[in-house]
Ligand binder design. Structure first.
Ligand SMILES: Cc1cc2nc3c(=O)[nH]c(=O)nc-3n(C[C@H](O)[C@H](O)[C@H](O)COP(=O)(O)OP(=O)(O)OC[C@H]3O[C@@H](n4cnc5c(N)ncnc54)[C@H](O)[C@@H]3O)c2cc1C
Length: 229
């Protein structure tokens, strides 16, 4: 099973798949009852896939399915779960005590709050020594806060608190784990939205990792998808 490491403790792992480029070609050719010509006419297959994608004739792209295992901070999952066309199974913090694992951004990925776009952050190029020193101090504050949350979490559990309540004090940066299953069309829609420069860096790296993993399975479709990006 192929996997790509992202952020400080995250990963994207391809756990299952059904279909390939040809599955989409076959589904499309079924529409007009033509012979499959599977593998006989590769240039014709690519031309058809390009036509389908360009003209948003999308249902054939639903003929393939993929499942990923994702390990990511809870605030990334919060954004991810807005994508209703994926099926999710996430680790239960009611069932299991969570390990002390939380995301700490690298200092060169912190940036500052954008003045033009209320959702985004901006980067001002090379950091000065003073900026770097300040950021290290601030990164330390953030880390100490997360560590204190975990210490209190474990203490509450050891005092008899139920896991389902004690978790309420954990930070958004806590790592969680899930399986996400989707058809190829919805995987590409997710990647399109979440690898865009307006998406948060911490989810963009997951979308880009997914695209890399899909490239081995669907080389022609991903080539066409990249052309349109
Ligand atoms: C950069 C960025 C910023 C965002 N900021 C915010 C924000 O500030 N606040 C916020 O709340 N959300 C925000 N979102 C989330 C966004 O509004 C969508 O919820 C998210 O991108 C999922 O998109 P989707 O609905 O197309 O995906 P999916 O849920 O996977 O749906 C895929 C497609 O299926 C169809 N569909 C699915 N369910 C329905 C339905 N019930 N009715 C009709 N059609 C349906 C639609 O065509 C949809 O495009 C942001 C997203 C991005 C990428």
């Amino acid at each position: 099973m192929k996997e790509i490491k992202v952020l400080d403790h995250g990963l994207v792992r391809l756990v299952d798949s059904m279909g390939n480029d040809l599955s989409v070609v076959r589904a499309a050719r079924n529409s007009y009852d033509a012979a499959w010509r599977a593998g006989d006419d590769k240039s014709g297959d690519e031309k058809l896939l390009r036509y389908l994608w360009k003209n948003r004739h999308t249902t054939p792209f639903e003929a393939a399915t993929v499942s990923f295992e994702i390990k990511a901070p809870v605030f990334v999952f919060r954004q991810w779960h807005r994508h209703r066309t994926q099926s999710y199974n996430e680790i239960s913090a009611r069932y299991k005590e969570l390990p002390d694992l939380f995301y700490v951004p690298d200092i060169d990925k912190i940036g500052v709050q954008s003045k033009d776009n209320k959702q985004m952050r901006e980067f001002g190029g090379q950091l000065t020594e003073e900026q770097e020193e300040n950021l290290r101090y601030e990164q330390g504050l953030y880390k100490a806060n997360c560590q204190a949350c975990f210490e209190n979490y474990h203490e509450l559990i050891s005092r008899g608190w139920p896991r389902e309540l004690a978790r309420g004090g954990l930070p958004f940066a806590t790592y969680s784990n899930m399986f996400a299953t989707m058809n190829l069309l919805n995987a590409l829609k997710f990647i399109e939205l979440r690898s865009h420069e307006h998406a948060q860096y911490e989810i963009r790296v997951y979308a880009e990792a997914m695209l890399h993993l899909l490239e081995d399975l669907f080389p022609v479709i991903i080539k066409i998808f990249r052309e349109g990006q």
